[in-house]
Design a binder for this molecule. Structure first.
Ligand SMILES: [Zn+2]
Length: 92
């Protein structure tokens, strides 16, 4: 048997694949380069807090996940934003 039976107990699963029309984009914001990925609601299974408005992102909400592109980030640096809040973010 291959190692397929091994299950990681991480609470955070790998990021789901990018939504076709969204894909990944790199943007510079606040002096860092960030990768943004649009997620469909179907791939959202947890409740996150949007850093833009501090309101929750319930499971099933299409949104944008953002993380630093400098190699220093970890899953803890991912931020989940409402799509509209990310577009309207300040401090470009
Ligand atoms: Zn928001």
């Amino acid at each position: 048997m291959p190692r397929a039976n091994r299950r990681r107990r991480d609470d955070l699963p790998p990021l789901p694949p990018a939504v076709h029309r969204g894909g990944e984009q790199r943007v510079t914001w606040r002096g860092r380069t960030w990768v943004t990925r649009a997620l469909s609601g179907a791939s959202s299974t947890r409740t996150y807090t949007c850093p833009g408005c501090h309101h929750p992102l319930p499971p099933g909400t299409a949104h944008v996940v953002v993380w630093p592109d400098d190699g220093l980030g970890s899953v803890d640096d991912r931020r989940h934003w409402h799509t509209a809040c990310w577009r309207a973010r300040r401090g470009r």
